[in-house]
Design a protein around this ligand. Structure first.
Ligand SMILES: NC(=O)c1ccc[n+]([C@@H]2O[C@H](COP(=O)([O-])OP(=O)(O)OC[C@H]3O[C@@H](n4cnc5c(N)ncnc54)[C@H](O)[C@@H]3O)[C@@H](O)[C@H]2O)c1
Length: 275
């Protein structure tokens, strides 16, 4: 087969993949994209019930999938999942560090009025600590859990779910979330720099707003989507399937010389407002 054949460029068949936060939203869509294309996927999530449902659906569709209950803020729990994946499949080719939570709404409401509950001085430090722990330190802990195995086997691909909030400010998104994703953006670049020597690629996917269960699933309400749709040149928010193509690309040989990059998937939001 020609090396630039589509099948060969994007081949993930047989690769061992671990995805954190895989029971819902973006992680679930990435797991599905990998699994239906023949990858052997370990889905890790803190929500055992949701995880069982997703793993059951994919297994029924003929995919090679396993579920691991994991708290991505707990190194011991991450290590158990990594060990289980390596024992099962002999290696770990691709890891998606995808877990993240909302920091609540931003300082403006959708109608443009001030949201006093989300004012800088009103947001409890406990929320900041929780958001930084889950969104930033879980990525650090996931990398610490998987890098030794990737070094041993001679390489791998790590994909981190960042956000367009890593590089732009937000009116309708909480400050702790924006700060956490800013840190994630630099974490990806720094890890990519250090790990390139070991053939470990580290890249980010940076979505704009996506309808998922994050923040209590607030974007499922049409009225909550209005300010985000208005700010988007393509006039809609994303669905998780909009993200899966970039995930597949970053996991596949097609991206073999790409590291330290962030793929923005936002319908043009970061480019600027349009008609
Ligand atoms: N939805 C958006 O608008 C959007 C935009 C940009 C980036 N993101 C990022 O995408 C990633 C996935 O978010 P989503 O929108 O799909 O949310 P989601 O809530 O639908 O899915 C997140 C999953 O992570 C799991 N999870 C949460 N904490 C965990 C922990 N400590 N350990 C293990 N699993 C845990 C949840 O149970 C859930 O299944 C996050 O990093 C988020 O910041 C989301």
């Amino acid at each position: 087969m020609h090396p630039l054949n589509l099948q060969r460029l994007f081949e993930v068949r047989g690769t061992s993949v671990l995805i954190t936060g895989a029971a819902s939203g973006i992680g679930r869509a990435c797991a599905e994209a990998m699994a239906v294309n023949g990858a052997r996927v370990t889905l890790a999530d803190i929500d055992r019930g949701a995880l069982d449902l997703v793993v059951g659906e994919l297994a029924t569709a003929g995919c090679d999938v396993t579920g691991e209950t994991v708290d991505a803020t707990d190194p011991a729990s991450l290590k158990r999942a990594v060990d289980a994946a390596v024992t099962r499949y002999g290696r770990l080719d691709v890891v998606f560090a995808n877990v993240g939570i909302s920091g609540g709404p931003g300082f403006l409401k959708g109608d443009g009025s001030r949201n006093e509950a989300a004012a800088f001085e009103a947001v409890p430090l406990e929320l900041w600590e929780r958001v930084l722990d889950v969104n930033v330190l879980s990525v650090v802990k996931t990398l610490q859990a998987v890098v030794p195995q990737m070094k041993r086997q001679g390489g791998g691909a790590i994909v981190v779910t960042s956000s367009i909030s890593a590089s732009k400010t937000e009116m309708y998104v909480g400050a702790s979330y924006v700060a956490s994703k800013g840190a994630v953006g630099q974490l990806v670049r720094q890890a990519a720099l250090e790990l390139a020597r070991y053939e470990i690629r580290v890249n980010a996917i940076a979505p704009g707003p996506v309808v998922t269960n994050i923040g209590g699933g607030r974007l499922k309400a049409p009225e909550a989507r209005v300010p985000f749709e208005r700010a988007c040149p393509m006039h809609r928010v994303a669905v998780p399937e909009d993200i899966a193509g970039a995930a597949l690309f970053l996991a596949s040989p097609a991206s073999r010389f790409i590291t330290g990059a962030a793929i923005v998937i936002d319908g043009g939001v970061s480019v600027g407002p349009a008609d």
